[in-house]
Unconditional design. Structure first.
Length: 111
């Protein structure tokens, strides 16, 4: 991971981890300059009203809270954390629904 990000110009790398932050935190500890090479970090972490492990805990944070601390306190200027709740409530209009269902169906066929 370090080699990949350090060899990039950095402006085209958006990091969107889908699991615990263990590897990312380790990369930041081993090579602190990696933070500057990642243009943006977008995390689905935590929860506002609900958790998915306990009523208050979200799995990716609970699995490695120290790694979460390292990443969240890395000083990255473009770090966005989206709570778990946001993935549970997505509003879609009747106008958009047919296009969305078609894209999902095509995606399932291609996958």
């Amino acid at each position: 991971m370090i080699e990949t990000y350090m060899s990039s110009a950095g402006d085209d790398v958006v990091l969107m981890p889908t699991g615990p932050l263990t590897n990312i935190a380790m990369a930041m500890v081993l090579e602190p300059k990696i933070v500057q090479r990642i243009s943006e970090v977008i995390l689905m972490r935590g929860g506002h009203e609900i958790g998915n492990v306990t009523p208050a805990a979200e799995f990716n944070i609970l699995a490695d809270p120290e790694a979460a601390r390292v990443v969240l306190s890395s000083g990255h200027p473009r770090l966005t954390m989206v709570p778990l709740d946001a993935t549970h409530r997505v509003l879609i209009t009747c106008r958009v629904m047919p296009k969305t269902l078609t894209r999902i169906a095509i995606g399932l066929i291609l996958f």
